[in-house]
Design a binder for this molecule. Structure first.
Ligand SMILES: *Cc1c(COP(=O)(O)O)cnc(C)c1O
Ligand SMILES: [Zn+2]
Length: 423
């Protein structure tokens, strides 16, 4: 059973049938998938969802796919209640939505790609591709390999080795482009037009972006069918942030959660913060920037959906804040040492921003807070390799170990209090 009505322009409301188009033919606004919520009522329930698979496809009724092809093990990642870091920060109810362990390429992108590639197969495409800052390329290459279809990934030339190898291993054609992500994205639009391929984040964008809702659905379901009062989300192209909000709104509409205040906050790196700048200035126009930050996965200077991200932040009563590269690395180390989660700079950015918002009083310490961790630190070892003390090498002799232990404070040393030092 499908509840999809068709495509609808976010700007002028023009409707179009389900097809691989993303720009409104009337006003060039973005198309979005429209559903029949009235028809869903009584059919899509907490119970029907809970009966579904432990993957993002448990929300299939709220996704624009008739027959999933990939992603059967993607999504349904942990919502981890923070213990030690919550104590450090003096927070009552702090959670990490942890997509750093998302399957199979360890980022939030499995959500959007699972939907986009399933849709591409449904539309009959034989070739998929993407414009990516790294994680999207990894996920598109992996899912395309699993689906057995041809794949082109287009990336800026200067990405981290882990991100480059993390795509190449799956056998796509990789195109490294001298330029920023924005240059890559512009080229991909031309490629999609000329070759008629399914570029997941360009001509399949209306379907692709819907997959991001599952991050929000899971937060609400895993919190025991309620909305968090505060959700802190990284912003790159501006896909996930508005879609978390849409997920919350859809659950309210269907009566699956109570309508409560759910403020959404945008986190960006100080070296690329066009959306946060617009939020803080209170303006609608997103002024493009040239990125300069270690947080490469979220370094998009001219975000496609930046306008909508800023709008959702404003409408929900949230705020936007940025973090310097130093603050990002410190937050990566803090999260690892207090919670046992190793995230990449995007997650470091989000945690650093969450801490700023908590310490400035914008997010009250006694309310429920979810921090979105969207990527894995193993792919970006460069940003911490000079931050960690390299261990000494010893001979395999107990005496050498005893000496080393003595140098490290001896046998009875209490567990070090790590968090405070790292903030
Ligand atoms: C892509 C990505 C994001 C967010 O990107 P949006 O385009 O704003 O949805 C966040 N974190 C990581 C690690 C990513 O790869
Ligand atoms: Zn339009």
């Amino acid at each position: 059973m499908s509840y999809v009505l068709g495509l609808k322009c976010k700007e002028c409301g023009h409707k179009a049938p389900v097809s691989p188009v993303h720009v409104c033919e009337q006003c060039f606004g973005p198309y979005e998938v429209e559903y029949d919520y009235a028809k869903m009522k009584g059919q899509v329930t907490r119970e029907s969802i809970a009966r579904g698979p432990k993957s993002l496809w448990r929300y299939k009724d709220l996704l624009p796919v008739n027959k999933p092809v990939v992603g059967f093990h993607s999504g349904f990642t942990p919502l981890k209640r923070s213990d030690r870091l919550a104590k450090e920060l003096g927070c009552k109810e702090l959670y990490f939505k942890d997509d750093s362990c998302n399957y199979p390429t360890y980022s939030y992108k499995e959500r959007v790609v699972s939907v986009a590639i399933s849709k591409a197969v449904e539309f009959g495409f034989d070739t998929v591709g993407c414009a990516s800052t790294g994680n999207l390329a990894n996920s598109t290459a992996a899912h395309a390999a699993a689906a057995g279809i041809r794949c082109f990934v287009m990336i800026p030339h200067d990405l981290e080795l882990g991100k480059v190898l993390g795509s190449l291993i799956f056998g796509p054609t990789m195109v490294r482009i001298r330029g920023t992500y924005d240059d890559v994205n512009r080229l991909c639009t031309e490629i999609a037009d000329k070759y008629g391929w399914a570029i997941v984040n360009v001509n399949l964008r209306p379907y692709y972006t819907e997959g991001a809702k599952t991050h929000g659905f899971e937060i609400a379901e895993q919190l025991g069918w309620r909305l968090p009062q505060h959700t802190v989300v990284p912003t790159a192209g501006g896909t996930i942030l508005p879609k978390i909000f849409k997920a919350y709104q859809e659950f309210i509409e269907l009566g699956l959660v109570e309508k409560t205040s759910a403020k959404i906050y945008s986190a960006q790196a100080a070296g690329c913060n066009p959306v946060v700048t617009a939020i803080q200035k209170g303006v609608d126009i997103i002024e493009p920037q040239k990125p300069n930050t270690i947080a490469k996965s979220i370094a998009i200077g001219n975000p496609a959906d930046g306008y909508y991200a800023a709008q959702v932040v404003r409408d929900s009563g949230g705020w936007g804040e940025s973090a310097t590269d130093r603050e990002i690395v410190d937050a990566i180390k803090l999260l690892a040492k207090t919670e046992g989660i190793w995230t990449e700079p995007a997650g470091g950015t989000t945690l650093a921003v969450a801490i700023k918002l908590i310490e400035s009083g914008r997010i009250p310490r006694d309310e429920s807070i979810v921090v979105s961790i969207t990527g894995n630190g193993l792919k970006t070892v460069e940003c911490v390799q000079n931050e960690l003390v390299q261990p000494k090498v010893i001979e395999p002799k107990l005496a050498e170990f005893d000496a080393l232990l003595a140098e490290n404070g001896g046998d009875k040393k209490p567990a070090p209090k790590l968090a405070a030092a790292a903030v």
